[in-house]
Design a protein around this ligand. Structure first.
Ligand SMILES: C[S@@+](CC[C@H](N)C(=O)[O-])C[C@H]1O[C@@H](n2cnc3c(N)ncnc32)[C@H](O)[C@@H]1O
Length: 661
């Protein structure tokens, strides 16, 4: 075999070096070689022939001959050159490496995603929060993504809080309880991956928008790439939870929508991009109108399917102002259509009220509008409008009848159609019925239309009151979730939100009789999703309750990922001074898992230098010492005596993962 054939065969063992149609990505390999990439060098060393060609032996140590290797690859004749750099260039790229090929994990503690401090009332009161961004490289990740031990499990019902005895399951063994899981969402998703693989019909997330005001701001130099890595890590695992006909819907604003779509295209495939919905999130008023230019009042809801051709959204309507063109009334609807007579709606209304048409408004006074509205609804079958028909959009048959009717004003013509509504034609016009434009909203018939990709009617005036909880800036309207859930799910389907915040998704899913799973890292105290769901169970009447005729009832299970090093991180975050930080360090030495390369003696020797650092630097340093693989307790440690798990923890964890005792 020629050397270049051996090389090509060996390099193709690494999937990242191969294009989708099986060609070697020479440009990527050259790039890796120039960076002395360990994976590439390892691959070359594994083949005797390549080892002999591209390495020099100096006193028993093999040195990679980078120049020779790159030159060899760059010689046009040696390797298939049919791919281009451009093929490889499509896709998101960080530091010269495609995001697709990067295997790091962005942990990110969500400190300023939303304004967290419960008591804050003014923006200026915001605390200078410390925020730890951490990206772990692939080789630093060992057990990070293993499922975790569960703790603090409770079942909430109308009767209150009780200990969780057992999860409910369906005939396929899938858990049918609603779940609220506290902990880092990446690790939470990995804990759900087996139990809920391909079970979730809709994933909705409202992640940090990377606006510069949220948590990713802490370190500006990698703000954008951290955000991308953070979103990517979670989307990849979330995708595996979706049913084949499932949907993922993501709220995002102008700051990152372009990148979000590129990322979704990479992970879900372009063919799965279904809608980009514009949401009106505020009005043109307040501080926004001080500066000249375009006032930003929109954000977006991006919808991707898991499998393009299996995606079957529902038909959803929205209410709107009555269309004044519906102003004709069929006086004798009981008779054959050929003999229908028409008059104006107002004439018919006047007759019905037995009041002269010109005196209607005066006599009915304040009741005029409501009485007329009721008349429209009660006569929805006989109120119509005449609409012109474009010859280009109708069949020959309809066209013939259209022209017959045009020259004959004595009767109404009917053109019957199989599997479609019949055409009624009068004087060359089609007759459209008011009833076909009505929808049932909150138990009442209203004038409506199918939803479009502009949702300017989902923001209520009193969003801050919804659910009885506050989440300044971050909270989504119940109506938005209601419409999305209507569009993408049916009764009993599972909905997942892994950026749960104040629990809007869960509250709406609960009122709509859908099963839900919510993940959230922070405990918002009185504004927590748990409090909101307790309100829902007890009959909360805010948000979409009236529309859904929500009474009360139902239940949910609360769980936490069992913390280990995460406990230290939380203590470090809230430490007020160096004394407190040093106390935590003492405890860390005894009880935490430190990174394998931390030399305790050296830390102690340099303790005075440590004390001289600013409080923020001290905190950052301590967090960096902790092994992130041990933030939460791995399932594999369930029988480890050192952790001294309670009987409850063991029982719930075993039951959730269906482990043999
Ligand atoms: C914009 S808020 C979501 C608000 C939510 N849609 C609502 O209506 O209340 C984003 C949420 O994601 C959470 N979050 C961010 N990063 C997280 C992580 N790594 N693990 C768990 N939750 C996280 C934040 O704590 C925050 O509550």
């Amino acid at each position: 075999m020629l050397l270049y054939e051996t090389l090509e065969r060996q390099l193709k063992k690494e999937p990242n070096y191969v294009t989708d149609n099986g060609k070697l990505k020479k440009w990527v390999v050259i790039n890796q070689a120039k960076n002395n990439d360990a994976e590439l060098i390892g691959l070359l060393l594994n083949d005797t022939e390549l080892k002999a060609k591209f390495f020099i032996d100096i006193n028993g140590i093999l040195v990679f001959n980078q120049n020779l290797f790159v030159q060899f690859l760059e010689q046009k004749n040696y390797l298939n050159d049919s791919y281009t750099q451009y093929i490889n260039k499509v896709g998101l790229n960080i530091d010269g490496k495609y995001l697709k090929q990067r295997n790091e994990v962005a942990l990110v503690w969500p400190f300023k995603d939303c304004v967290l401090e419960g008591g804050q009332s003014r923006e200026e009161d915001k605390r200078e929060e410390i925020f730890f961004n951490e990206i772990l490289a692939q080789d630093e990740i060992t057990q990070l993504l293993e499922p975790k031990v569960l703790t603090n499990a409770k079942r909430y019902t109308e009767k209150g809080e009780e200990q969780l005895d057992k999860f409910n399951r369906n005939e396929k063994g899938i858990i049918t309880d609603n779940i609220i899981l506290k902990g880092n969402n990446l690790l939470g998703l990995h804990s759900l991956k087996e139990e809920f693989a391909e079970q979730v019909k809709l994933i909705y997330i409202d992640p940090p928008y990377n606006t510069g005001n949220d948590s990713f701001q802490y370190n500006d130099s990698f703000n954008h790439s951290t955000w991308l890595t953070f979103i990517k890590n979670r989307l990849e695992i979330a995708r595996t939870l979706l049913t084949n006909d499932g949907t993922i819907a993501i709220s995002i604003d102008h700051n990152e929508i372009g990148y979000m779509i590129s990322l979704l295209d990479e992970i879900f495939g372009r063919e799965n991009k279904k809608n980009i919905i514009t949401i009106k999130r505020s009005s043109v008023s307040g501080a926004k109108v001080i500066n000249p230019g375009v006032v930003n009042v929109s954000e977006f809801l991006v919808l991707y399917s898991r499998t393009a051709n299996l995606w079957k959204p529902n038909k959803v309507f929205r209410s709107k102002e009555r269309d004044d063109r519906y102003n004709n009334f069929i006086s004798n609807i009981e008779e054959d259509p050929s003999s229908w007579k028409y008059e104006s709606v107002l004439d018919a209304f006047a007759k019905f009220k037995d009041i002269q048409k010109s005196k209607l408004k005066k006599e009915l006074g304040a009741d005029y509008d409501i009485e007329l509205e009721n008349f429209f609804i009660e006569n929805k079958d006989r109120i119509i409008r005449f609409a012109g028909l474009d010859d280009k959009s109708i069949s020959e048959g309809v066209k013939n009848v259209k022209y017959l009717s045009k020259d004959d004003d004595t009767k109404t013509y009917v053109f019957n159609r199989e599997n479609h509504n019949d055409y009624y034609l009068y004087k060359g016009n089609a007759i459209l019925f008011f009833k076909d434009r009505l929808i049932e909203v909150e138990g009442k018939w209203k004038f409506g239309e199918m939803i479009s990709d502009i949702w300017n009617d989902v923001l209520p005036n009193d969003i801050h009151n919804e659910g009885g909880v506050t989440l300044r800036k971050g909270k989504k309207p119940e109506k938005l979730l209601n419409r999305l859930i209507d569009l993408c799910t049916n009764y009993g389907d599972i909905i997942l939100d892994y950026h749960l915040g104040s629990g809007t998704t869960a509250a709406v899913a609960h009122k709509m009789n859908r099963q839900y799973i919510g993940l959230e890292q922070l405990n918002y105290g009185a504004n927590d999703s748990v409090e909101r769901l307790k309100n829902v169970i007890n009959g909360d009447q805010s948000g979409i309750s009236k529309q859904m005729n929500w009474q009360k009832g139902g239940e949910f299970v609360y769980l936490e990922l069992k913390k280990h090093n995460q406990t230290f991180i939380e203590q470090i975050e809230s430490a007020k001074d160096t004394k407190a930080v040093l106390k935590i360090w003492e405890e860390m030495k005894a009880k935490s898992f430190l990174n394998y390369n931390v030399d305790l003696q050296k830390q102690e020797q340099h303790i005075d230098e440590f004390k001289a650092l600013t409080l923020a630097e001290q905190k950052q340093h301590l967090v960096e010492l902790l092994d992130k693989n041990q933030l939460y307790v791995n399932l594999s440690s369930l029988n480890d005596k050192d952790f001294a798990f309670s009987a409850e923890e063991k029982k719930v964890t075993q039951d959730f993962y269906q482990l043999k005792k």
